[in-house]
Design a protein around this ligand. Structure first.
Ligand SMILES: C[S@@+](CC[C@H](N)C(=O)[O-])C[C@H]1O[C@@H](n2cnc3c(N)ncnc32)[C@H](O)[C@@H]1O
Length: 274
């Protein structure tokens, strides 16, 4: 049995890796400046686990040196840092009532030319969940889905559109059989009709996007990482992007953020722009 993976030298190196308050503060500041995400005060463990390997790969022995490295190679390293320190958890049909509502409304209005924005798309699960439902409703309609995220590596993965068995388990069998393609190596992707209508871009929600363009904006499980000022700013950008009468959909734990905006509250985190 191997008990000393990496050997003594590796273990000593691991043991030596610590992070002090100054380095935590510097990383918090960079992440906040780049994304608006506020790292919690007690995020030492999280930083160590997410950036420890990076320091090893760069053969850097302390976070102080790493901050200096980031400052020296800012534009290259900051993307890595943002990828590592933001949370990308997502899955198909997450908070499923939102998708039921959206497709129900599209059917009710007999809409074909639907435009949807998955505004913190992570690896694309939210965008492809809507794509599956729209493809079932209307494979010939002119619907389009935009997925954006500040994290370049997440968008790269979303563009690759390759998912695994665990992901497959979240998709109803009938939709999987109709619109997914097994790649023969335990992974799957989507049919071309879905891939062609699903566009992914790196984009920071702290800046305005399109104007009066979307019928639905999914802004879910990202506001929780922002302070109130940035929450307001991001909601303003999403409302600007929505057509009048369009729908803003927030994560179930983020409903409070919509207070004070000119929105009609519908059910469970769904709002209509007045
Ligand atoms: C937890 S995931 C949410 C994924 C999906 N919306 C869902 O609910 O399953 C949060 C995503 O927000 C992204 N994010 C954080 N700050 C952002 C910003 N300023 N602009 C755009 N995306 C951001 C992160 O990169 C991450 O992929």
């Amino acid at each position: 049995m191997r008990t000393n993976v990496g050997g003594e030298a590796g273990e000593q190196k691991c043991q030596r890796l610590r992070i002090d308050a100054a380095a935590v503060g510097a990383l918090q500041e960079i992440l906040f400046k780049e994304t608006g995400v506020v790292l919690k005060k007690d995020s030492e463990e999280m930083i160590l686990s997410r950036l420890g390997q990076r320091l090893k790969r760069l053969e850097i022995d302390s976070f102080g040196q790493y901050i200096a490295y980031v400052n020296q190679h800012y534009f290259k390293e900051v993307n890595f840092l943002v990828d590592a320190l933001t949370t990308h958890e997502t899955y198909f049909f997450r908070e499923a009532s939102h998708f039921d509502y959206a497709i129900g409304e599209i059917r009710r209005q007999r809409k074909r030319d639907v435009k949807i924005w998955s505004a913190a798309a992570s690896y694309g699960h939210e965008a492809f969940t809507m794509a599956l439902l729209l493809a079932e409703y209307s494979s010939f309609g002119t619907w389009q889905i935009y997925g954006t995220d500040v994290s370049p590596s997440s968008i790269e993965r979303a563009r690759r559109a390759t998912y695994n068995q665990q992901d497959k388990n979240k998709i109803p069998d009938n939709l999987f059989d109709l619109f997914c393609v097994d790649k023969g190596d335990g992974t799957f992707t989507f049919r071309d009709t879905l891939l062609q209508r699903t566009i992914f871009e790196v984009f920071n929600l702290l800046t305005p996007y399109k104007s009066n363009f979307f019928d639905f904006v999914f802004l879910r499980n990202v506001l929780i990482y922002f302070n109130k000022g940035h929450q307001d700013k991001v909601i303003e950008h999403c409302l600007r992007a929505l057509k009048a009468g369009g729908f803003l959909i927030l994560g179930h734990s983020e409903k409070m953020a919509a207070r004070g905006f000119a929105l009609e509250a519908l059910s469970g985190g769904i709002y209509r722009k007045l």
